[in-house]
Structures are given as structure tokens and as C-alpha cells.
Write a protein that binds this ligand. Structure first.
Ligand SMILES: Cc1cc2nc3c(=O)[nH]c(=O)nc-3n(C[C@H](O)[C@H](O)[C@H](O)COP(=O)(O)O)c2cc1C
Length: 137
């Protein structure tokens, strides 16, 4: 059974650009080993993440992530079984530049959830839009 989880959270400490890049790379590699796909964005101290894959693996990873002291205020906005996965790979992005005026970016990310259950897709798009628009929810 495939499962998708989406949450937002707030970093507990300041990360340097290099630190964030290293962490994102490490997690992408770990996810790829477990065949977990999705998206992880880091913007101005906030994380937005979608994890998608084999239910047991996704739930186990999310529980580990929830306990991770490097972030706090984890708000799960989605958690449901899905019939098919939508991501080709694990996308990680560190939004260093202001993205307020970048609707193209939003449509690019929305493009990456195409093929997902329409309800899930809609929810993720909405949360993604507010994440990118406001940078804080
Ligand atoms: C915001 C955030 C997102 C994370 N995302 C992932 C992830 O996608 N994949 C991953 O393997 N670890 C991720 N981690 C790290 C995990 O919490 C954990 O440290 C890592 O999986 C190693 O766990 P282990 O030492 O118990 O094997 C994330 C941590 C944080 C704070």
C-alpha cells in the first residue's frame, strides 16, 4: 500500500546555507535508498515536506522525523493511502531567494504532484501556495 504524508514545520536553529544543502543531499540519498519520493522545501526557517512511498516505510520515517530536535511545531496537513505515486524522484530545494514573484516556481512544483489522487493534489497545491506566498503559515 502506498501512502502520502505532507507536513510543515519550523527549524529550531539557524542553519548555514552549506549545512542545509548537506542535510538535504543526505536525506535525498536516504529516501532514494528506500524508494521514498516527494518534495522537501526549506525557506526562511520553515520546512514543507511531502513523503510518498510504501506505507510502512513512510510512517516509520515520519515518526523519526517528528522526533527530530532540529525542528518543532510539526503540523501534519495530509496523511492518507494513495493508489499511485506521483513523484518521479525526490525533489529537494532550498529557497534562498525571495519567491514572492515567482508563480512559475509554484506551477513547477504543482506539476510535480500531477498524477496524484486529485483530492491530495488539491490539498498539497493549496498548502504549497501559501508556503511559497507567505513563507510562514
Ligand atoms: C525537517 C526534517 C526533514 C527530514 N527529512 C528526512 C528525509 O526526508 N529522509 C530522511 O532519511 N531523514 C530525514 N530527516 C532526518 C530524520 O529525522 C533522521 O535524523 C534520519 O532519518 C536518520 O535517522 P536514524 O539515525 O534514526 O536512521 C529529516 C529531519 C528534519 C528535521
Amino acid at each position: 500500500m502506498q501512502h502520502a504524508i505532507c507536513y510543515i514545520s519550523t527549524a529550531t536553529k539557524e542553519f548555514s546555507n552549506g549545512q542545509v544543502d548537506d542535510l538535504l543531499k543526505e536525506w535525498r540519498q536516504q529516501n532514494s535508498n528506500k524508494n521514498i519520493k516527494g518534495i522537501l522545501l526549506f525557506s526562511e526557517g520553515h520546512f514543507f515536506q511531502v513523503l510518498e512511498g510504501e506505507k510502512e516505510k513512510v510512517l516509520a520515517l515520519f515518526h523519526r522525523i517528528e522526533e527530530d530536535p532540529r525542528h518543532t511545531g510539526v503540523i501534519q496537513v495530509l496523511g492518507r493511502d494513495i493508489s499511485q505515486g506521483s513523484f518521479d524522484d525526490y525533489i529537494v530545494e532550498y529557497l534562498k531567494e525571495p519567491v514572492f514573484s515567482k508563480p512559475k516556481l509554484i506551477s513547477e512544483y504543482c506539476e510535480s504532484v500531477k498524477g496524484m489522487d486529485p483530492q491530495v493534489q488539491q490539498q498539497i497545491k493549496m498548502i504549497l501556495e501559501s508556503f511559497i506566498d507567505t513563507r510562514v503559515l
